[in-house]
Design a protein around this ligand. Structure first.
Ligand SMILES: [Zn+2]
Ligand SMILES: [Zn+2]
Length: 110
């Protein structure tokens, strides 16, 4: 059974989202981590080598959040202040992104 959140708290001032899961586990996600792991096609696309003689500059993704919305009962969607909002973060993905020591140890094992 995939885990589901019991409580989601978004703190725009500290730029942290906290999820309390149905098994009591608590995850704290800095906005920057969420933005960097945006699952949308645009963000996951590998940067292409530019044609010879050309340079491509990429701006670091912003970690300012405008709002958060639930997508059905299976995911949430972030609306970043630079207008980006294509990533749908399923509970499954969020649980896997949990940066706490316990979860990162489990990820390394599998
Ligand atoms: Zn994205
Ligand atoms: Zn964790």
């Amino acid at each position: 059974m995939p885990h589901r959140p019991q409580k989601i708290v978004v703190n725009k001032e500290e730029k942290v989202m906290t999820i309390v899961w149905d098994d009591g586990h608590e995850s704290r996600y800095p906005f920057r981590l969420l933005r960097e792991r945006c699952p949308c096609a645009e963000c996951r696309e590998e940067p292409q080598d530019p044609p010879e003689g050309m340079l491509v500059l990429r701006l670091a993704p912003r970690d300012e959040l405008d709002s958060v919305e639930l997508v059905g009962s299976y995911a949430i969607q972030f609306f970043w202040s630079d207008g980006h909002h294509h990533g749908i973060y399923s509970w499954d993905l969020l649980r896997r992104l949990c940066p706490c020591p316990t979860c990162s140890r489990e990820q390394r094992r599998s």
